[in-house]
Design a protein around this ligand. Structure first.
Ligand code: HEC
Ligand code: HEC
Length: 286
């Protein structure tokens, strides 16, 4: 693609008319979907479930969310969406009709994904076999069923926009930061939240006693992980088994299966380099 075509592409992203652009790369998109863990939340929890056809029940303090069907089926899935609709959903947490998504869809992380990576993800989703599996309504506790409350939450906690590399850091640490923050959304579980469900930025990746399903999620900063060598950490993220032979709890086991074990060795090294470069934050005593 020449510079002029690139310019047209950038403009058509701004004006939400993707047609003039060349297609994203579906094969790269497949890798990015793994790095983003899309499969876990968007697939039913049974052996013969159609991949990405929706149905996973996600238990949160606000109620139960059901990951929707994101296959290209015209009625049940995203078959009628444009690339611009998809980019807006991921970048802004907004539906094609303008409604707000709940942050159970980790768009507060996905907003950091680069435009070219979003286009590759969209190209991949379009190659999936369309499934007619209907979506299930979320079962939320009062008053969280009111979608417009999400607008207030977003105003408080959501800062949209792609990842910006830190020039003071090595390219490897920046790649790791991108994988952890934009795609891997590690902070969605490993960063504690306040009572409104907003991330506590002063304790980024420092673990929480009340993670998904009320369970403890460990501290990933050097204060805690310094006990593990790079090789041990790499092994853990590839196999889901600790150096003592314990199997990681299923919430993380699934992240390992769907995401970290699927990363290239270079990307896994980058992720580890980023964890090593985090400021050390001690566990909270209470
Ligand atoms: C932690 C669980 C989780 C992960 C991981 C996740 N999603 Fe979702 N996603 C959801 C939930 C829940 C919703 C519905 C949000 C709502 O209804 O407000 C959703 C909604 C969506 C929608 C809007 C669908 C519609 O019908 O309006 C798209 C598109 C989407 N996700 C794509 C992705 C992609 C691509 C990935 C991987 C990069 C991904 N999701 C990873 C939970 C998740
Ligand atoms: C869906 C929630 C969730 C997500 C997302 C998540 N984790 Fe975890 N993680 C957990 C839980 C829960 C544990 C504890 C497992 C156990 O103790 O058996 C854990 C454990 C770990 C451990 C082991 C730490 C130790 O001291 O034993 C590492 C390392 C880790 N996660 C890294 C990551 C990275 C890197 C990411 C992002 C790519 C990530 N996690 C995303 C929930 C999550």
């Amino acid at each position: 693609m020449n510079a002029a075509a690139l310019g047209v592409c950038a403009l058509s992203l701004i004006f939400a008319a993707g047609a003039a652009c060349a297609q994203g790369d579906a094969k790269r998109g497949q890798y990015l979907a793994k790095a983003g863990g899309c499969l876990g939340c968007h697939t039913e929890d049974r052996k013969d479930a159609a991949a990405f056809a929706g149905g996973r029940a996600l238990k949160t303090p606000f109620g139960i969310f059901h990951g929707p069907n994101i296959t290209p089926h015209a009625q049940a899935g995203l078959g009628r969406w444009s690339e611009a609709d998809f980019i807006r959903a991921m970048r802004m947490g907004v539906r094609p009709d303008g409604g707000h998504y709940y942050p159970a869809f980790p768009y507060p992380s996905f907003t950091r994904i680069a435009n070219s990576d979003l286009r590759d993800l969209w190209a991949y989703l379009k190659t999936l076999p369309p499934s007619s599996r209907p979506n299930r309504a979320h079962e939320l506790r009062f008053p969280f069923g009111w979608r417009f409350l999400v607008a207030a939450w977003k105003w408080l906690y959501f800062s949209p926009g792609p990842f910006v590399a830190d020039k003071a850091r090595s390219p490897q640490v920046n790649r790791g930061a991108y994988l952890a923050q934009a795609l891997g959304h590690c902070g969605e579980c490993h960063t504690p939240r306040n009572f409104l469900g907003g991330p506590r930025r002063d304790r980024h990746l420092a673990g929480t006693k009340s993670g998904p399903e009320g369970k403890r999620v460990p501290n990933l900063t050097p204060a805690k992980l310094k006990g593990l060598s790079d090789a041990e950490l790499k092994d853990l993220l590839q196999t889901g088994i600790t150096s003592e032979g314990d199997v990681l709890a299923e919430t993380m086991g699934e992240v390992v299966r769907n995401t970290t074990s699927q990363l290239t060795p270079e990307d896994l090294d980058a992720l580890i380099a980023y964890l090593r470069a985090l400021p050390a934050i001690a566990d909270e005593s209470r």
